[in-house]
Design a binder for this molecule. Structure first.
Ligand code: DX5
Ligand code: ZN
Length: 555
């Protein structure tokens, strides 16, 4: 069954940290291309690939071929998190005698192909896919290729071959990060359209300029185009690709080189360069500061929730927050699992069900069956055994586990043993029951205290801020430790949901940048602050960081 959305996200974060650990230890390597494919690899290794880390050569295993071999740190980090070898081995990257070399080597368990001379992996994958068909084996073959690599003629020879031989047990994922070696693909050899200037975001936004998919369609392939950093889209595309018979499938995954670390994002410099050791702690902090925006639909037109869900989709929400109220736990009544089942087919964006209901243990299965990706219940109506039952049932069904506490509720003693299993802890900043209420200021202090307690108890999930979260206080909530931000009246209650979500992201990014500057100052004073700022060469971030650092007195 593989992991759920939250489990995959957790492992993707861990893998990114291992890439940084390995490349900084080696002083060389390719973090940029390892990061652009991080979510793709996470979905493969922790949901779709069939393998046994204890038996790397199990005959019925699925094969994962990394054709863009220079991203070997990205492969090794996932193999380590998947259990093929101990994570500590990543620090031997590129050392003499190590199994983890700059390009994949068959000495390393889990490696299927010595990639690195680019343009070859797809041909190899077609060979093993055809042999599987000849042997009447039903294992799947997956290959990750790069866009720079697609300049190689052999890739297109392979594309024709796969279509001719109807190689439908092969799924190719194209890590479309628009950068190759030291420049932009659309400058070196356009695959979509020539890039004027350096602003890659234009290539992202304007789908009418996307021509690459049509190239593969013309070669007789089934083509699926996705955002390569949205786990739900990758997961959905891999499932779809596997179901298509008679023709090979390619997933064109639009990605960002260096995704996850702002100074590396869209920056050709980080194609083949390792971060220096003194910067690593700040990068790890940044990787722990990924966040999610979760608009709450009850702040919209309750008579037409389908419309509200669509507004959240258009607004590029990360998660959709569904406030279920039973009229008992809270005076108000909204909707239940039947409505959620109705809304589910509208989008694949994860559904975050916030159950403000009595006796949730009796109802939780209905929310699992309705297609929720995470279910949050209130501590006020649970005890150790009922929450234990709820948590077990959610985990068995690969649904995220969430616990909520009201403003006047502290974490109950019985909840401590579940903390390390929680995917989300909701620290309510209003008395639950409706949207549009004012944020209770004491919540800031409470969130900080709660974060300390849960971190001491092995928490690896995210704190969710829910109730009265606005553009004015979201930055403070981020500093308090929240990483999932619910917005009812401040998001769905606004006309331009996409615009307001963008503003929330910018506010949170500002707080994150400020926190990272203070981290740099703590561990390396002004010198490290200046070094950190100087890394931000793409876009306007550098000026903003300089101003922040000056205001804070760090430089
Ligand atoms: C309150 C709900 C919240 C609320 C959020 O009981 O749990 O999710 O709908 O709406 P705002 O952001 O307007 O407080
Ligand atoms: Zn809520």
């Amino acid at each position: 069954m593989g992991l759920n959305y939250y489990g995959i996200k957790k492992n993707v974060r861990r893998a990114r940290k291992l890439v940084i650990k390995g490349t900084s230890a080696a002083g060389s390597g390719h973090p940029g291309g390892s990061f652009s494919m991080a979510e793709i690899m996470g979905c493969l290794y922790f949901k779709h690939l069939k393998y046994d880390p204890k038996e790397p050569l199990w005959t019925d295993r699925d094969r994962m071929v990394l054709s863009k071999g220079h991203a070997s740190p990205g492969l090794f980090s996932n193999l380590a998190v998947a259990g093929f070898f101990d994570e500590s081995e990543i620090e031997t990257l590129r050392q003499f005698g190590s199994r983890l070399q700059g390009h994949p080597d068959l000495k390393c368990p889990g490696v299927e192909f010595c990639g690195g001379s680019l343009g070859i992996g797809l041909s190899f994958s077609i060979g093993i896919a055809l042999s599987a068909k000849l042997d009447k084996k039903n294992h799947q073959i997956y290959t990750v290729i790069g866009d720079g690599e697609s300049d190689e003629g052999q890739v297109w020879e392979a594309a024709m071959t796969a279509a001719k031989y109807r190689v439908d047990n092969l799924t190719t994922i194209l890590d479309r990060n628009f950068i190759q070696q030291d420049s932009y693909t659309e400058k070196v050899m356009p695959l979509d359209e020539e890039l004027i200037g350096n602003d890659l975001s234009q290539m992202w936004k304007d789908a009418s300029r996307w021509k690459l998919g049509d190239k593969w369609r013309a070669f007789g392939w089934n083509v699926i185009e996705i955002d390569g950093h949205r786990i739900e889209q990758i997961d959905n595309a891999l499932t779809k690709a596997k179901s298509v018979k008679g023709i090979p499938s390619i997933i064109v995954a639009r990605t960002i080189k260096g995704k996850g670390v702002e100074h590396m994002e869209d920056n050709p410099k980080w194609h083949g360069k390792a971060p220096s050791k003194d910067i690593v702690p700040i990068i790890n902090e940044e990787l722990d500061m990924q966040f999610l925006i979760a608009p709450s639909i009850i702040a919209g037109d309750m008579s037409n929730l389908a419309k509200e869900v669509k507004r959240c989709v258009d607004g590029r929400a990360d998660i959709i927050h569904l406030d279920v109220m039973d009229g008992q736990f809270v005076p108000n009544k909204t909707f239940d699992h039947n409505k959620i089942r109705e809304l589910r087919p509208i989008t694949i964006i994860p559904f975050d069900a916030h159950l403000m209901i009595n006796e949730p243990v009796k109802h939780v299965q209905n929310y699992i069956d309705a297609g929720c990706d995470i279910v949050t219940v209130h501590a006020e109506v649970c005890g150790e055994s009922s929450f234990g039952e709820i948590s077990d049932r959610l985990k068995t069904n690969q649904v995220g586990v969430g616990l909520a506490i009201n403003p006047d509720t502290d974490l109950p003693d019985w909840s401590y043993r579940f903390i390390s299993d929680l995917d989300q802890l909701t620290v309510m900043s209003v008395v639950p029951g409706k949207s549009g209420q004012k944020f209770i200021e004491e919540t800031h202090e409470k969130m900080k205290k709660t974060l300390q307690i849960i971190n001491e108890n092995g928490f690896e999930g995210s704190i969710q801020a829910d109730g009265g979260v606005t553009l004015d206080n979201v930055g403070q909530c981020f500093d308090d430790g929240a990483r999932v931000f619910v917005g009812g009246s401040s998001m769905v209650g606004q006309n331009d949901v996409r615009g307001i979500i963008r503003e929330f992201r910018n506010k949170i990014l500002k707080s994150r940048r400020r926190s990272l500057l203070s981290k740099a100052y703590q561990i390396g004073s002004s010198d490290l602050v200046n070094k950190w700022i100087d890394l931000h060469t793409i876009g306007e971030k550098k000026d903003q960081l300089t101003k922040m650092a000056e205001e804070a007195g760090y430089i």
